[in-house]
Write a protein that binds this ligand. Structure first.
Ligand SMILES: Nc1nc2c(c(=O)[nH]1)N(C=O)[C@@H](CNc1ccc(C(=O)N[C@@H](CCC(=O)O)C(=O)O)cc1)CN2
Ligand SMILES: Nc1ncnc2c1ncn2[C@@H]1O[C@H](COP(=O)(O)OP(=O)(O)OP(=O)(O)O)[C@@H](O)[C@H]1O
Length: 179
């Protein structure tokens, strides 16, 4: 099965859940994430600010900030690339490309990327080997090689875990999946 067909299967699966069920599932996923030792010991975390069909990270991000961690969110700058900006609270957010809320705060410069301890990464689907299927624009596949030292945690609802995902040379695998 190719990536495009898999994305359609996952979209169809998501549609079978009400938004309140997805909300409950999000809380369950995040309770596992909260217990992750890599995240607990991290000082600097690259996060994502969720879209309506993703594991809801909105409150979780604020709890990371409250616990003293530096939280970085992606900002899409063109059709291929993203950069990171610091997130310190909701007031920082502006709507960016693809209707994603992105921080307007301080740019986190590339020369500091080695400070990123953990990267929390959304996906359409993941498999047991840690392979990831994204939204098909390769933003993360292009970005992740810039932060080779970060521990990569993929985040997904249980129905987004598949036994196998087709891979290409350029796909970057996760170190761990939390679902
Ligand atoms: N919350 C969140 N932030 C993120 C990502 C993400 O997946 N989730 N990204 C991860 O890459 C980057 C943005 N990439 C995106 C790529 C495509 C679409 C999207 O909605 N695509 C449409 C098709 C749009 C089109 O073809 O023009 C779709 O999926 O239906 C959204 C974000 C950076 N920030
Ligand atoms: N590092 C890269 N540089 C250039 N092109 C790439 C890179 N990674 C993937 N591509 C190409 O971009 C297209 C989309 O890739 P793919 O389907 O793997 O994206 P994705 O992993 O779903 O997206 P994302 O990483 O944004 O979530 C493919 O044609 C792929 O060959």
């Amino acid at each position: 099965m190719d990536k495009k067909e898999l994305r359609k299967i996952i979209r169809d699966r998501k549609r079978q859940y009400s938004s309140s069920t997805l909300e409950e599932l999000s809380l369950s996923v995040l309770s596992h994430l909260e217990e992750n030792g890599h995240l607990q010991s991290a000082h600097t975390v690259m996060m994502y600010y969720s879209l309506p069909d993703e594991v809801n990270t909105h409150r979780f991000i604020d709890s990371l900030v409250a616990s003293g961690k530096k939280v970085l969110l992606p900002e899409v700058i063109d059709d291929r690339n993203m950069v990171l900006r610091e997130y310190s609270g909701r007031a920082d957010l502006r709507e960016g490309a693809y209707h994603i809320m992105e921080p307007a705060g301080t740019l986190f410069p590339p020369h500091r990327y080695s400070e990123i301890d953990v990267a929390i990464i959304p996906g359409m689907a993941f498999d047991i080997q840690g392979n990831r299927l994204g939204r098909g624009k390769a933003y993360y596949d292009r970005f992740l090689p810039k932060i080779p030292g970060a521990y990569r945690i993929g985040i997904a609802f249980p129905f987004q875990l598949l036994s196998q995902i087709p891979t290409e040379e350029t796909d970057i695998a996760m170190n761990e999946i939390v679902s």
